[in-house]
Design a protein around this ligand. Structure first.
Ligand code: C2E
Ligand code: MG
Ligand code: MG
Length: 236
């Protein structure tokens, strides 16, 4: 951060029914002077061990909110921005206050910030998660459950989380439309989301055929290289 080498890339999120871009997921990159542009898999686990991930996470939240607020033009009205929260960050006792502070400082309306928590993090300490997510919800921000289907969700607790959205993990989208098991899983998650009154977004959509099946299955939104890879803010 001190060296100004962190970047946020943005991947558009698209409403399947209308084809409109409705938001973007902020994805962290490290522009290393020698190694070039590094994806989070190259440095995030290390920073999680050292606790640096909390500082990084704070920078990501602040930058994403500021850039979303600054991007308001007649051409790009009120897009939402999704920010990934790490396990360490989620464990901070004052996370909701920190987020409230950042929203105030950047002037971003709370419903335009979507917090992404992985299923794995949310299920670690369910009672606590319900408390933290409820506090976040009271701020007015949106909450999405990331990588859904990869951990083992307790469905009885899922309904007690104040969620807005389920994100179908890329590992289930990859095999579409041919793989019947993957197709059964995406159909089931979409049905589950609908009955819990949650939006469902599919991640990692790479082909027209994948999008077509998801549309037939009633999926609400998608993101993936088929529409756009993550891009720098000016390109977005
Ligand atoms: P994620 O939150 O599930 O993000 C989706 C990942 O899938 C991103 O990888 C994105 O670039 C990639 N992706 C999107 N569409 C496609 C596609 O069509 N094909 C393929 N092959 N990949 C696609 P990325 O950017 O490398 O990030 C990996 C993970 O690192 C993220 O998974 C998230 O868990 C974590 N991460 C990224 N940025 C942050 C951050 O700011 N904070 C925290 N705590 N974690 C982050
Ligand atoms: Mg995510
Ligand atoms: Mg994911």
């Amino acid at each position: 951060e001190e060296h100004g080498e962190l970047r946020l890339f943005y991947q558009p999120q698209v409403d399947i029914g209308s084809g409109r871009v409705i938001g973007a997921e902020a994805l962290l990159r490290w522009e290393h002077p020698r190694l070039g542009l590094l994806a989070p898999s190259r440095f995030l686990a290390l920073s999680e061990e050292s606790g640096l991930v909390v500082t990084l996470g704070e920078w990501v939240l602040r930058t994403a909110c500021a850039q979303a607020a600054a991007a308001d033009t007649p051409a790009t009205p009120a897009l939402a921005v999704s920010v990934n929260i790490s396990a360490r960050q989620f464990a901070l006792p004052d996370l909701p206050q920190r987020i409230a502070e950042i929203l105030k400082q950047t002037g971003l309306a709370p419903p335009r910030l979507e917090i992404e928590i992985t299923e794995g993090i949310a299920m670690q300490d369910i009672a606590r998660s319900i408390g933290v997510l409820t506090e976040l919800k009271q701020l007015g921000v949106m909450i999405a459950l990331d990588d859904f289907g990869t951990g083992y969700s307790s469905l009885s607790y899922l309904k007690r989380f104040p969620l807005d959205k389920l994100k179908i993990d890329q590992s289930f989208v990859r095999g579409l439309p041919a793989d019947e098991n993957d197709a059964a899983i995406t159909r089931a998650v979409i049905a589950l989301g609908q009955s819990l009154k949650l939006k469902v977004i599919a991640e990692g959509v790479e082909t027209a055929a994948q999008l077509e099946l998801l549309r037939k299955q009633g999926c609400d939104e998608y993101q993936g290289d088929y529409f756009s890879k993550p891009v720098p803010p000016h390109e977005f």
